[in-house]
Design a protein around this ligand. Structure first.
Ligand SMILES: *[C@@H]1O[C@H](CO)[C@@H](O)[C@H](O)[C@H]1NC(C)=O
Ligand SMILES: *[C@@H]1O[C@H](CO)[C@@H](O)[C@H](O)[C@H]1NC(C)=O
Ligand SMILES: *[C@@H]1O[C@H](CO)[C@@H](O)[C@H](O)[C@H]1NC(C)=O
Length: 972
């Protein structure tokens, strides 16, 4: 490690201090104009305090679900009860213990700056803060929320001492190892845009953020002398900045403190939390409120005032604690016993970090203003959903709003901060991971924030453009690990199908999903798919496959297979959609059935592949066929065997029977449930292997199928994956023995402890009763999980959040439907509110700029409310959280009787009124008959006849020379 005083951060120093006079004249004029505009805006706000309300009452075009009528109930749901109080129902601390990994600190929607107190809780502090008793290590400025891997980001923490023992700075604790201090019990408070905690040295820390900068306010007790166990410390605050990150992954770095101004700048190179490679981050911190006494640097716990710069700071390997940084000791603060710290962050440079802080927080350091702006940003974002909460308990309201809030924490908007390539496209990061978020979160953003969702899709496409593949997981500018399929394909198809097409380069988008489907990358553990030769030729991934084209986690043959199949199915839907809108591919109409080689040029410009391209039309067929490949894993004779360990909390169900002839010297009988037929792994010769059906569920070796698993399923059992055929549910239901047996099986799954709601693959299984004509049971099971597992306690989510757990409650509790991601299908369930309305496609800017005058037809089209109303809403039944079932008896859509148990995106896009009449008993008529069921896309009997014939043929061929018999292996 080299330590010099000739700092490379010259520009950052030269820029200080920034005064108005130093701003170029053009920008000065702009600034004046901006201030004027703000003044006018504030004046206007004062004159019409309830502008929004007035606007809805007097703008019939926007308000009514039926076009020109007034919004019914404008006095109730219109106001979210108290428009200004919605944030009071949001508790960011939900999910900050027991593996929830939620980030509870201050941030903006999709904000890059995410400030919170970091806690020394190994395995729990993925997002920095944890609601437990462990000590606080510092306050840092960037985090990820809800992630399952290692702790993410948390670079450059600040730590604050009110004074040092004997007024000797070397007696203050500097290193990560020595400095942690407990929080004061009961002092933690969080709300959107704000976080505070008191630590036991008397310091209170408060923080609020803009998009790329944090404003901290540290308050001190104000007493002349502080008495600590180690001695007496005169009041003279010392603030340090450490180059460490949460994972202690730094491999390089430097830091400089400027003694005259107190500015501290620095950088470091770190590792991503669930991916490969490294990233470079920068910060710029300024302080205000007290005169500077001394400055210096520290390495581990050794501080000096002789050096103001550390360069080439080595890793934790070279510095035992990983800690190295700079510090400032202040005189007693000027007044109010406060010191403010303004910290800008960047992934581009130190100068960009300083610029971010200067531009976004400015020179007034006004904590209240920054906080108010943050709260306003959240209110605006959340204003697209409004509820009539009469009769719904506050706990359920908090569960709902907090869940919705969490879905807007990530992906993070890093537009303008991408050091990897120059592009005018938006850049989003912290897709963490799409495997989790494609199911409920991205479809939710499509409804409540289509502008953001479109930008995220553009970012995905731009990542493909520059890195050659769409990501499945991505954080901190690095490729994350792929867990199953290439599920960005689903996100892209989902957006297309729901009409989110504007400003998106569909030609490249289509190329990107085809690349996933056709071209195996060298390292498919980081993007794309593996075993593609077998996938294309055999239609499944043999568990003993030989893959010469790439490497990756070659296990998981079942779970990857069902996901690849669904990904391919979604590609066929996208191809179908594009064939109807050729202009989106660059103009020329595709030749319909006769595929010519010019089609190849036209639609697949940059792909070279061993598979001959044909045209969109044949792509539709090809990917539709591959979408049926999940069935290749269906072993109709596979039994559900398990050992009845008496210690198991789940006793066998009545239906379960012991299998005969077992060895009773081993404790516990092997039992068999009545359900036969499961997805099972297959060998190269086409024969099935027995994979214990319950392995990787909460009742059997749950943790045997995590990232490094050698099993054929990932983070879920064959029981779970056997339900994953959302494209072909009618086929699955008949394979499972018909609707009645399917329902029994799905109920058994939820009753027996096999279901694990802490992971996103389980979400759809709550609602799949719809496909068997029993939509009431979806409502019943939803209410068995909410609020028992999804609630408003700090432990209020069943697994790590992934910013996706909240999407489950937003849909199920609020919007009254659950999406089948990738399809234009939403399954209807009764919400937990009397009435909910959501304004899809709302462009707030267009809306507010036109609110003073008549709206243009374009704006009004964007602003239609989709209203979900519960008729016979009974707080006792729906709003008290007792989990009592409630069933839809009948429904009306826009005033007309509606018997289907699903709706399409048109409802959200165009607005409308969905009235759901509910009661305490399951209806025998609503949504139960065949024509009321959601679509299954493989209902053609001839398709399956042909499929079975080919399957027999192939299996015969592979079997030659290889004896195949069913092998039972593994552990029950
Ligand atoms: C936290 O610190 C502030 C400021 O010193 C003080 O007013 C407040 O009472 C403290 N809170 C708790 C719970 O100790
Ligand atoms: C800290 O200082 C002590 C005493 O001068 C020295 O022995 C030790 O090596 C130093 N530690 C580091 C990490 O520089
Ligand atoms: C993302 O950030 C860019 C640049 O700051 C901004 O223009 C864009 O509106 C942001 N997008 C969203 C959805 O907030």
């Amino acid at each position: 490690m080299a330590i010099h005083d000739d700092s490379p951060y010259r520009k950052a120093a030269a820029k200080l201090p920034v005064r108005f006079a130093s701003v170029p004249r053009k920008r000065r004029a702009l600034l004046v104009a901006l201030l004027l505009a703000i003044a006018i805006f504030v004046l206007f706000k004062l004159i019409t305090p309830s502008q929004t309300l007035l606007f809805f009452l007097f703008s019939p075009d926007v308000a009514g679900p039926y076009g020109s009528e007034h919004y019914p109930n404008s006095g109730t749901a219109t106001n979210n009860h108290h428009v200004n109080d919605i944030l009071q129902f949001i508790d960011p601390l939900i999910g900050t213990t027991n593996g929830g990994h939620v980030f509870p600190g201050a941030t903006l929607p999709y904000g890059m700056a995410k400030a919170v107190a970091d806690v020394a809780s190994p395995a729990e502090n993925a997002a920095g803060f944890v609601s437990d008793d462990n000590p606080i290590t510092g306050f840092s400025h960037m985090h990820d929320s809800g992630t399952g891997g290692q702790p993410s980001l948390g670079n450059f923490p600040l730590f604050v001492h009110p004074g040092c023992i004997d007024d000797d700075y070397t007696k203050c604790d500097f290193s990560l190892h020595d400095r942690p201090l407990n929080r004061v019990p009961g002092s933690v408070y969080a709300s959107p845009g704000y976080f505070t905690v008191n630590i036991t040295n008397g310091v209170r820390a408060e923080m609020t953020t803009t998009h790329h900068a944090v404003l901290y306010r540290f308050s001190f007790p104000g007493t002349e002398k502080l008495h600590f166990a180690k001695g007496v410390a005169p009041y003279s605050p010392l603030i340090l900045v450490d180059l460490v990150d949460l994972m202690n992954s730094r491999s390089m770095g430097g830091i400089q403190v400027y003694p005259e101004t107190g500015r501290i700048v620095g950088d470091g190179r770190y590792m991503p939390s669930f991916g490969a490679g490294h990233y470079h981050a920068f910060f710029c911190a300024d302080f205000k409120g007290a005169k500077i006494r001394k400055t210096g640097t520290f390495v581990s716990n050794n501080a000096t005032d002789a050096k103001q710069f550390l360069g080439g700071v080595g890793s934790g390997y070279q510095i035992p604690t990983g800690s190295a940084g700079a510090w400032i000791q202040f005189e007693r603060p000027d007044s109010e016993d406060l010191i403010l710290a303004r910290v800008g962050v960047s992934f581009i440079s130190v100068d960009k970090a300083c610029e971010n802080a200067e531009q976004e927080i400015g020179e007034d350091w006004d904590f209240e203003r920054v906080e108010k702006d943050a709260r306003e940003a959240w209110r605006e974002k959340l204003d697209v959903v409004r509820v009539d909460a009469r009769g719904t308990s506050e706990e359920l309201q908090a569960t709902f709003w907090s869940g919705l809030y969490r879905t807007l924490l990530s992906p993070q908007n890093y537009t303008g901060e991408n050091p990897l390539w120059n592009s005018s496209e938006p850049y989003f990061d912290s897709f963490y991971c799409i495997w989790d978020s494609f199911r409920a979160q991205h479809p939710l953003l499509t409804v409540i924030d289509p502008k953001a969702q479109a930008e995220m899709i553009r970012a995905l496409i731009d990542i493909y453009r520059h890195e050659g593949k769409l990501p499945d997981c991505r954080m901190s500018f690095c490729k994350g690990y792929t867990q199953g399929g290439s599920n960005a394909d689903v996100v892209i198809a989902d957006a297309f199908i729901k009409g989110l097409t504007a400003d998106i380069d569909w030609k490249t988008a289509y190329e990107a999903v085809l690349s996933d489907a056709e071209i195996e990358p060298q390292d498919w553990g980081l993007s794309g798919r593996g075993n593609l030769v077998s996938w294309h030729e055999r239609g499944y991934i043999p568990l003993n496959d030989v893959d010469k084209n790439g490497t990756g986690p070659a296990s998981r043959s079942i779970s990857r297979g069902v996901e690849y199949a669904y990904n391919d199915f979604c590609i066929s839907l996208l191809a179908h959609g594009l064939s109807k809108s050729p202009s989106l591919l660059g103009g020329a109409a595709p030749s319909s059935s006769s595929s010519s080689s010019s089609d190849i040029q036209q639609y697949h410009p940059n792909i070279s592949t061993p598979t001959p391209w044909t045209s969109l039309t044949s792509d539709i067929t090809k990917y539709h066929h591959r979408g049926a490949n999940w069935r290749n894993y269906w072993n109709p004779t596979a039994k559900d065997l398990f050992r009845d360990r008496s210690s198991s909390p789940y006793s066998p169900q009545e239906q379960d029977t012991p299998i005969s002839g077992q060895n009773t010297s081993v404790p516990g009988y092997i039992l068999q449930s009545p359900f036969v037929g499961f997805l099972q792994p297959r060998t190269l010769s086409g024969t099935f292997r027995y994979h214990p059906t319950r392995t990787c569920s909460p009742i059997q070796n749950q943790h045997s199928c995590y990232y490094d698993t050698s099993l054929d399923v990932y983070e879920g059992s064959p029981w779970l994956y056997s339900f994953y055929a959302p494209q072909s549910m009618s086929t699955l239901i008949s394979l499972m023995g018909g609707a009645q047996t399917f329902v029994e099986r799905l109920e058994y799954y939820h009753e027996s402890g096999i279901a694990y709601m802490g992971n996103e693959q389980s979400f759809l299984t709550v609602f799949q009763f719809h496909y068997a004509g029993r939509p009431g049971l979806s409502s019943k099971w939803l209410r068995s999980y909410v609020p028992s597992m999804f609630n408003a306690s700090v432990n209020g989510i069943p697994g790590n959040d992934d910013c996706a757990m909240g999407a489950f409650t937003t849909w199920g509790m609020g919007l009254g439907v659950f999406p089948v991601a990738g399809q234009d299908v939403y399954l209807i369930v009764p919400p937990f509110f009397r009435e909910v309305k959501v304004r899809a496609g709302m462009d707030l800017k267009a809306l507010s700029s036109s609110s003073s005058g008549p709206m243009s037809s374009r704006d009004s089209k964007k602003a239609k409310w989709a209203v979900i109303r519960t008729v016979n809403f009974d707080g006792e039944m729906q709003g008290d959280g007792s989990g009592k079932p409630v069933y839809i008896q009948s429904a009306k859509l826009n005033g007309k009787r509606y018997t289907r148990n699903w709706i399409t995106h048109k409802f959200f896009e165009k607005g409308g009124l969905l009235e759901l009449v509910v009661g305490p008993d399951e209806s025998k008529t609503w949504g139960t008959s065949t024509q009321d069921l959601p679509p299954s896309y493989y209902e053609d009997a001839k398709f399956w006849d042909e499929w079975e014939r080919m399957d027999r043929e192939k299996t015969e061929r592979w079997k030659e020379g290889e004896a195949g018999s069913e092998v039972v292996d593994g552990e029950y």
